[in-house]
Design a protein around this ligand. Sequence first.
Ligand code: ASP
Length: 310
Amino acid sequence: MNSFAIAIHGGAGTILRSSMTPEKETAYKKALEDAIVAGEGILVKGGRSIDAVEAAIRVLEDNSLFNAGKGAVFTNEGKHEMDASLMNGKDLTAGAVAGVQNIKNPVSLARAVMDKSEHVFMAGLGAQEFAKKVNAEFMPDDYFFVQLRYDQLQQAKQSDIMILDHTVDKDKKFGTVGCVALDLHGNMAAGTSTGGMTNKKHGRVGDTPIIGAGTYANNKTCAVSCTGHGEFFIRSVVAYDISCLMEYKGLSLKKACEIVVMDKLVKIGGEGGLIAIDAKGNIELPFNSEGMYRASKKSNSELYIGIYKD
Ligand code: ASP
């Protein structure tokens, strides 16, 4: 009998047990579980992996605990510029948006680019106009405002660096979100959504919306969603590299993930992690940072939730 599997992440970074309160930990675990439940509800009924990925990411985008949609980090100018993408492993169709503002669910706008345009990737003002045409849901600036994130921007500006939002202050751990899934029909999909990095320059685009860097899915190999310092993930073409190591070198998902996350990325200073799934439903959740919010569920096993290095 075919089985399904799903994994999500809520960002990687300096996430230490010592700076977590029981209340915050409970809130994060509940948010991760809610997202898994949303995706699983689709998969269990024989729904498509791409729909499960979009549904799970929307739940995380709507939760201000994470740096995507509501609660996205601030740019240097004090704005929210969001990036998102998703990809179908069955036919390699994909959609992505970069630098969009006031969009409630950037992942669904990426989905609209895939389903309702002849393009793969739309950015900035053009993407905003496309959003109006497809009746995407817009929200006012204050919907996205989170005081802690604003404080992070002030801290980041003092040192004039761009930072992973989890690394600014050990008490503030938020992150990019992503999902990978395998459905009962054997099709895989991946998606990722983010506000990017605190104090990023206007127009900066990270790995998240770049197919092959932050997101990739191919039924022949795997589906991957990344989180971490985007510049390094772009330079390492992380998601596609994992797929290539499987396709051309015949490596297992586990081995491919180990090489890319624990060796190649580390060697160039790329902090972060990823979630990945293969056609057999094997799931890998590697990270080289202190922690990564993550959860997974297979049709025949219990829900797994992790935050720290176990
Ligand atoms: N990868 C994202 C970016 O660089 C940030 C993150 O994963 O938290 O935009």
